[in-house]
Design a protein around this ligand. Structure first.
Ligand code: B16
Ligand code: MG
Length: 220
């Protein structure tokens, strides 16, 4: 296949906001007296805010109304956004600046395909606004990963046919979302967890456009 665009996940690929999501959810769960730990937190990767809340509430003995749930999600988000205050260039994961430059040198279009409604704010804090040709708007997406919607929206925004797009993800729900969109998937992380990805790099520092290009040249 010919590569014309690379679509990036945010949390776990461009930066690590995972710990901040965890802290904000943990403080909400503690306030509600609901058990929450790092293992449950792993299930929230790439999952939308409301779907994440539903996972946390699985451990609760009582039912909550839609209004209560909306209030909880908003409390969590306010705490999360406060934790993002100090975010800056040094929070960009290793090798990402170089990889984005490599994409530009090779005339590859770049877009962000994050489930986070805070993605534009985070990209601004990281000073990466000029490095992306398009930021897919998570507020327009109803079905979160593993549904293909956000990757389809990213390709649409770039005006590039999905068959020329590669997605990069650190979560299995994201790899499934890329495949459901009819694109090829590059995984960042553990080979055992991301075994459905077409190509896997251990860390973001290992990302290399030439290697990706050579690998997918053999694919249809
Ligand atoms: P927000 P990604 C995802 O980002 C996070 O991995 C996930 O934990 C979070 O719940 C989701 O964004 C929504 O974030 O509450 O900021 O809208 O990995 O898709 O970049
Ligand atoms: Mg992610």
């Amino acid at each position: 296949m010919e590569i014309k665009a690379i679509l990036f996940d945010l949390d776990g690929v461009i930066c690590s906001t995972d710990e901040y999501h965890y802290k904000a959810w943990k403080s909400l769960a503690d306030d509600l007296g609901i058990y929450f730990d790092k293992e449950i937190n792993l299930r929230l990767r790439g999952v939308s805010r409301m779907d994440s809340l539903e996972i946390i509430l699985e451990k609760s003995s009582r039912q909550y109304t839609k209004e209560e749930k909306e209030e909880f999600a908003s409390i969590k988000n306010n705490r999360y956004v406060k934790l993002l205050d100090g975010l800056g260039n040094s929070d960009i994961l290793p090798g990402i600046n170089e990889f984005l430059e490599e994409c530009k040198r090779n005339n590859i279009k770049t877009a962000l395909a994050s489930a986070s409604k805070n993605a534009p704010y985070i990209i601004k804090k990281l000073n990466l606004e000029k490095d992306f040709d398009y930021l897919a708007d998570a507020t327009k997406i109803v079905r979160s990963k593993p549904y293909p919607d956000i990757f389809i929206e990213a390709a649409r925004g770039l005006g590039i046919d999905r068959k020329y797009c590669i997605g990069i993800e650190d979560a299995i729900s994201g790899i499934r979302s890329i495949h459901a969109a009819g694109m090829k998937a590059v995984g960042i992380g553990d080979r055992k967890i991301l075994n459905e990805a077409d190509l896997i790099f251990k860390t973001t520092s290992d990302l290399n456009f030439k290697e990706i290009e050579t690998y997918f040249k053999k694919e249809k």
